[in-house]
Design a protein around this ligand. Structure first.
Ligand SMILES: Cc1cc2nc3c(=O)[nH]c(=O)nc-3n(C[C@H](O)[C@H](O)[C@H](O)COP(=O)(O)OP(=O)(O)OC[C@H]3O[C@@H](n4cnc5c(N)ncnc54)[C@H](O)[C@@H]3O)c2cc1C
Length: 459
């Protein structure tokens, strides 16, 4: 079939969606392209805006590169439009030749532990959304615990621990929203305990993020000598892997440090497998119970049967993110992704039960491959997906109404208060002006209605 134009919808304006649009526009192809990028938030950049911590301005700086792509003006943005509510798959089939889902992940993966539903037990993703000013989460957060546990040994666990332990004044140079700063400033926290069931040489932290903890003002890093009795496998990991080598070096330095003067402490407990959150008698978390583990000689760990308890009044589980299903689109409930082959979405044939390609539907980024990996990985993801979009042109949809105006008319007819690139510029400038007044780069606007009104030039 001869095609001379691809009308493409991309759902999700995080890095994966923006990279996919950019790669397609720059690719070698024999047809024109017109791309509409939809996001249910009134601001683009996904987890770079609403996941990466406010005190990581270097990473947030990736927004500059993503912004350059959008500012070229050859991709239309429709913010405040949710796929599944404001737009359906049938709508897309009527107006586009294909769709790429780049909807990422924003929820916490489950952790099945007795007591996990007690008051005072939280998901890291919810806390991250709160401190990063996500418009769809409550504006307040109950930061009333003196002792807190964080379960997990990845960078999100470090982000959560750092934000909990850091003095709020030291966040005031960042874009942290005012409601968040106020609540963090009143936090009574003294001790944050991070639990990982494996040893120091098996963590998923990256060295830079770990080292940063040691630079927190008035926070002692506490590590325990019993965790550094390395076996052969651990010693081999230190000798053979640069990342592990640096992590070990940082931890060994902390072992030598004088502690005791700081008003807050951040404890790293290794070989510590949480087994239960203990009720304080009122339905709230009163302690975390954990089992001491030991190396099993094969690179893993096994329980020792020794049970310990740490008094805490709040627990944050940072055990991973999980994607959300989208109406009409296949979903793998086990892995929280859209089933796909290199970005081509797969569906089950009702008769044979076999997986087959769902023509015109693609996935990229975290919803394609699962919520692991850095922003840069979403670029290679997008390349793979776009290659198939281009090669599949014989199987694209045949939309009955592909004009660029028709989607605008549809949104208008549904009364959807969508925002566009100019609107984003207005909101961006507004936030920067709020920041400049306080000597900060930006102060985020949090309520969705305010974001939309500012974007649409209504205030
Ligand atoms: C706490 C945290 C800290 C991180 N820190 C770093 C870091 O320091 N460095 C680094 O490189 N990486 C970091 N990452 C990883 C990085 O954020 C991800 O690799 C990247 O954001 C994934 O991109 P994505 O576009 O697939 O998903 P996302 O960034 O999640 O973007 C998905 C977009 O889709 C939109 N969307 C979802 N559902 C719908 C719908 N139904 N309709 C319309 N739009 C929808 C969302 O609003 C969002 O804008 C961090 C991640 C987290 C969670």
């Amino acid at each position: 079939m001869t095609r001379n134009k691809l009308r493409l919808a991309i759902i999700g304006a995080g890095p994966a969606g923006i990279y996919a649009a950019d790669i397609l526009l720059k690719s070698e192809r024999h047809f024109d392209v017109s791309i509409d990028l939809f996001d249910h938030l009134p601001a683009p950049y996904g987890l770079v805006r609403y996941g990466v911590a406010p005190d990581h301005p270097r990473i947030k700086g990736i927004i500059t590169a993503l912004r350059e792509v959008l500012d070229r003006g050859d991709i239309r943005i429709f913010g405040n439009v949710r796929f599944g509510e404001d737009l359906t798959l049938d709508d897309l089939k009527r107006h586009y030749n294909a769709v790429i889902f780049a909807t990422g992940a924003v929820k916490d993966a489950d952790l099945h532990l007795p007591g996990i539903d007690l008051a005072g037990s939280y998901g890291a993703a919810d806390f991250v959304s709160w401190f990063d000013g996500h418009p769809d989460v409550p504006r307040t957060w109950p930061l009333d615990a003196k002792e807190v546990a964080v379960i997990g040994n990845g960078n999100v666990a470090l982000d959560v621990s750092r934000i909990l332990a850091k003095h709020a004044e030291d966040l005031m140079v960042t874009e942290v929203p005012p409601n968040v700063a106020e609540i963090l400033a009143a936090s009574p926290v003294t001790d944050v305990h991070v639990f990982g069931r494996r040893g120091p040489t098996s963590v998923k932290f990256t060295p830079l993020e770990l080292r940063e903890l040691g630079e927190l003002r008035d926070v002692d890093m506490i590590v325990y000598d019993e965790d550094f009795d390395y076996d052969d496998a651990a010693r081999a990991a230190v000798a053979g892997n640069k990342q592990v080598f640096v992590i070990d070096k940082v931890l060994q330095q902390w072992r030598q440090r004088e502690v005791g003067q700081a008003s807050r402490r951040l404890h790293l407990h290794f070989y510590a497998k949480p087994i239960e959150l203990v009720d304080d008698g009122t339905g709230r978390v009163g302690a975390i119970r954990w089992e001491r583990t030991e190396p099993d000689g094969e690179g893993g760990v096994r329980g020792t049967g020794e049970i310990r308890e740490q008094s805490v009044q709040a627990v944050y589980r940072a055990v991973g993110y999980f994607g959300s299903p989208l109406p009409g689109i296949p979903f793998d409930k086990k892995f929280g992704v859209i089933p796909n082959h290199e970005g081509q979405v797969l569906t089950r044939d009702k008769q044979t039960g076999e997986a087959r390609q769902m023509y015109g539907v693609y996935a990229t980024g975290w919803i394609k491959r699962g919520p692991v990996g850095l922003i840069g990985h979403t670029k290679s993801d997008a390349m793979e997906t776009i290659k198939h979009v281009i090669n599949d042109l014989g199987n694209w949809w045949n939309p009955e109404s592909p004009s660029e105006e028709s989607i605008v008319e549809l949104l208008e007819s549904r009364g959807i208060r969508w925002t566009d690139l100019d609107g984003w510029h207005r909101l961006d400038q507004h936030e920067q002006a709020l920041g400049a007044a306080e000597g900060r780069v930006r102060v985020k606007v949090v309520p969705r209605d305010d974001m939309v009104q500012i974007s649409r030039g209504e205030v």
